[in-house]
Ligand binder design. Structure first.
Ligand SMILES: CC(C)(COP(=O)(O)OP(=O)(O)OC[C@H]1O[C@@H](n2cnc3c(N)ncnc32)[C@H](O)[C@@H]1OP(=O)(O)O)[C@@H](O)C(=O)NCCC(=O)NCCS
Length: 172
């Protein structure tokens, strides 16, 4: 594990509209590195503005940003399902490349998950992940998620159908 560079100001807090520029830079840097995430095309400022507005005012989701020296370096969120699935929340996380391997993703993920479980009274937290994304799967296993299924060709990764793994963490 790398050492955290000293004197950097690290915080985990809810998103603000003033995060827009560094949020856009983060998501587009993940697109550039072809990260195994849902977003695979560059995002415009306008699209990201709408996304940010949406997550700030959402009633059924909690998002927290990892901020290093004032810039968004990570984002994690949990979204509560509705009706017969309102006891389930779905998690997602991204960390900008230069901030990885420092234990910050784990910290951010745990914080969002804990807040979500408490606020939404969840019994199950789920997520899905590209089968090839072993790093993310390691993180999820470490935090108590277990494999709940696999959908062959369930996701597209740059025009190729690839398998995705469903994972669940049971709380009660
Ligand atoms: C997955 C991701 C969020 C992990 O964040 P991170 O801040 O680098 O992870 P951490 O430093 O907190 O490490 C936590 C655990 O993740 C796993 N992990 C992290 N980096 C790893 C690596 N290079 N190789 C193997 N496992 C790794 C380990 O289990 C690690 O625990 P350990 O240090 O006790 O071994 C980050 O790599 C990322 O954003 N990747 C690109 C986007 C993505 O794939 N998002 C998930 C989509 S489902």
């Amino acid at each position: 594990m790398k050492k955290v560079v000293q004197k950097q100001k690290i915080e985990i807090r809810p998103p603000k509209m003033s995060d827009l520029d560094s949020l856009l830079a983060m998501i587009n840097s993940l697109v550039e590195e072809k990260a195994m995430i849902i977003v695979q095309d560059k995002v415009t400022l306008e699209q990201e503005k709408n996304y940010l507005k949406g997550i700030i005012k959402s009633k059924n989701a909690i998002f927290l940003f990892l901020i290093i020296d004032g810039k968004v370096m990570g984002s994690a969120g949990i979204t509560k399902y509705e009706n017969i699935k309102s006891h389930i929340g779905e998690m997602g996380i991204i960390i900008k490349k230069e901030a990885r391997g420092l234990g910050l993703g784990e910290k951010l993920f745990k914080k969002v998950m804990e807040e979500g479980i408490k606020k939404f009274k969840l019994r199950i937290v789920i997520l899905d992940v590209f089968k090839g994304n072993k790093i993310a799967q390691n993180l999820y296993k470490k935090l108590g998620f277990q494999k709940a299924g696999l959908i062959k060709g369930g996701e597209k990764y740059y025009n190729q159908y690839v398998d995705n793994v469903m994972m669940a963490k049971y709380l009660k």
